[in-house]
Write a protein that binds this ligand. Sequence first.
Ligand code: PMP
Length: 283
Amino acid sequence: MKVYITGRFYEKEDATISVFDHGFLFGDGVFEGMRSYNGNVFRMKEHIDRLWNSAKGLMIEIPLSKDEMIAAVNETLRINEISDGYIRLIVTRGIGTLGLDAHLCKNPQIVIITDHLKLYPAEFYEKGLELVTAATIRTNPAALSPQIKSLNYLNNIMAKIEGHLAGCVEALMLNDKGEVAEATGDNIFIVTREMLWTPPTDAGILEGITRQVVIDIAGEFGVPVKQSPMTRQDIFSADECFLTGSAAELIPIIKLDGRVIGNGKPGRLTLQLLERFHAETRK
Ligand code: PMP
């Protein structure tokens, strides 16, 4: 497995970044997680645009053009002979001093890692997942925009640990108003009375690329989509629930905090959307 670091390919064992890189010292960097299907990176342009916007927020100057970045991602897939895989694209602030001064970091580093996919087991898609609500909340968007997909994922990690302690592979995160935000690495949707409902971006969520694909497919299906604040009770009383993300695609949720959602099985609309989503990835 070869890893791209700022213009060169390294064997996995030799693919290292300096301990003085502010990405390591402070989580000062941005990233994207993408999927390739049959050699094509799904919604690559959207991911690259989001990476650039995250970097702009942090004032990190990416030392490539978007086209060069796309070429580097494709080359990394090609060199590793991966056609259906996962791609992690990272841009760090680069090497600096032990102080916070970002302006002393002159060379942002680009890392591209590709791997074969480690999806949730098929059984989870067939039976659905159970979630618990984490006590760790999402960062207030006024403190740090959730649209900046930064290397600091501490709230999400703590929430995921809470999920694990409760025997769940994912956890639900609320915002500082107590509203539903998202799962630790995925957006959330519910279905109530044949309508899709997902928290709005100002609930402190990352505006997921898969979330938008699902909203677009719902539009094609003629299913109305509501984006307004959601509570846990809305999920308890929903007919269906699912998460969306580049790695997970659409994964059904059948229980939250011990409450069975709908009939406790992956819902009809969830499965229809998943089928249509698969068709979209193969286009
Ligand atoms: N929310 C968070 C916090 C995420 O990190 C991600 C991506 N892993 C998502 C939602 C899903 O976004 P996307 O569909 O763009 O992968």
